[in-house]
Design a protein around this ligand. Sequence first.
Ligand code: NAD
Length: 257
Amino acid sequence: MSDLSGQFGVVVGIANRRSIAWAIAQAASQAGARLALTYQDDRLRENVEELAALTRDPLVLPCDVAHDQALDELFETIDREFGGLDFVVHGAAFAPKAELADRFVRTSRDGFRIALDVSAYSLVAMARRAHPLMVRRGGGSIVTLTYLGSQRVFPNYNVMGVAKAALEASVRYLAHDLGPDNIRVNAISAGPIRTLAATGIAGFGDILGIYRDRAPLRRNIAAEEVAAAAMFLIGAESRGVTGEILFVDAGFHTAGI
Ligand code: NAD
């Protein structure tokens, strides 16, 4: 496991103990990093505070990634408290529930805008604010979470698939733009995991079963396995890797049938 002692990171996307971002936060804290953990709104504040207490000397801060002012305040506080930043874990995604059950052709303009704004643009918005803090540390690593629905059609994933395609393209453009400052940008494409976000996708249980039957490893994956890959992408072992989409899906994406 990577040694992240002396490093500062921010983790966005923790809702509860099932959140993939929480598994990553735990691993990063265990590896020695000091973390800023954010909560989307007051509804999730207590959850995140309780979990954060299990990490070493955390900062717990509000941040709705759909608001520039909230992002400005988050990064100002990180700058003041940490004086720099080594890594960002971006695990925020959202689409209005109606868009994840109806026919794709019925996607509303507002649903499209919200899904792309929260799930894709927010990575760019965070990277822009992290950039000067990472330059001060001589570089950094930005990791986001995506899904194969960006490339292939999964029933009911709908506009979230379009948002993940935009997210993955943003990873490549950010990697190209920030690479000269030694800032790496990568994504992990996770297999299905039962989390709060996943419960919003109609028929999610069927998807889990199909993965179990057809993935080369013949099983589903655990959030801890995504966290282990995230530790690789954050840490020095991956110092030559950027603009990459790393699949942690028991190999499902390789199967033709
Ligand atoms: P989750 O519900 O635990 O996490 C989603 C997070 O997004 C929540 O913490 C929520 O508060 C946050 N969020 C939504 N809108 C936000 C906003 N406006 N501002 C700030 N935060 C906001 O579910 P998860 O499955 O852990 O999702 C984490 C990431 O992993 C997402 O990008 C998701 O698409 C991706 N992913 C999940 C799966 C899966 O099967 N669970 C598979 C592949 C990728």
